[in-house]
Design a protein around this ligand. Structure first.
Ligand code: NI
Length: 250
């Protein structure tokens, strides 16, 4: 009896099975390498946004990482006084802790977006974990204001194609920014204002923060925002929510 043929066949089957298993494994591996956002915005022009149209002097103020009782209510006072709508990208855990601030933000005409639950970098998570972060946050916010969130801002702004696809799958638009105030460094208000005035353009999406860890004082942001709004109004800018800037529906 010639054993070479069955041994060869068995070996071939073994190779096919092992190869099959490793390619299944490869498909499940999460790609954690970020893709530059400028490339993603070109690849996904209907999903990933840095800024709005430049033909009108409209801009959107955005605030991340709240709500935070040390900052958010003073900020809402300023926005109310100036009659300026803004967009707030909330963390699920903080929204759950401070529902009254979430409700006030919504009731005063601001748009609420989704910044994930724990501020984990989405890029470091599995697709399943990323979906959990966004959906848990959505649930918390919806329970408070009765409206589903449709905008996501990724913590740290890091993404790649795989994560964009996963977020798109949840029917979200991804909102980045074109003006970074770096106010999370607790910068002096004048420095924040200067950054905005130097870089603002029609269509700008301006990034601020109204929430942080216990060791960061963000009260400078409130002072800065008041000055910024007054100066930008003088320059003829009007303020709109991100949805209105980009022509997205809620
Ligand atoms: Ni953040």
């Amino acid at each position: 009896m010639n054993l070479r043929k069955p041994i060869f066949t068995a070996w071939l089957i073994f190779l096919i099975v092992v190869n099959g298993l490793s390619s299944v494994e490869a498909a499940n591996v999460d790609n954690k390498e970020p893709t530059p956002n400028s490339i993603l915005a070109k690849q996904y022009p209907d999903t990933v946004f840095f800024s709005g149209p430049q033909n009108e002097k409209q801009i959107a103020l955005t605030f991340d990482d709240g709500p935070d009782p040390r900052v958010t209510s003073d900020l809402l006072d300023v926005l109310k006084e100036e009659e300026v709508p803004a967009t707030f990208f909330l963390l699920g855990a903080r929204a759950k802790a401070y529902p009254d601030l979430v409700l006030r933000t919504h009731n005063e005409g601001h748009l609420i977006g989704n910044h994930g639950y724990w501020h984990n970098p989405i890029i470091q998570l599995s697709d399943q974990q990323a979906t959990f972060e966004i959906e848990q946050t959505q649930q918390v916010i919806e329970q408070i204001i009765g409206v589903k969130t449709t905008l996501h801002r990724p913590p740290f702004g890091l993404l790649n194609e795989q994560k964009v696809e996963a977020i798109k799958e949840l029917d979200y638009s991804i909102i980045l920014w074109s003006v970074d105030t770096e106010d999370w460094k607790a910068s002096p208000p004048d420095q924040i204002v200067e950054t905005v005035l130097e870089t603002v353009k029609p269509g700008s999406i301006i990034l601020h923060h109204d929430g942080s860890n216990w060791d960061t004082d963000l009260t400078g942001t409130v002072t800065a925002v008041k000055k910024e709004i007054k100066e930008l109004k003088k320059q003829g800018y009007t303020f709109v929510t991100v949805n209105d800037l980009l022509g997205l529906s809620e």
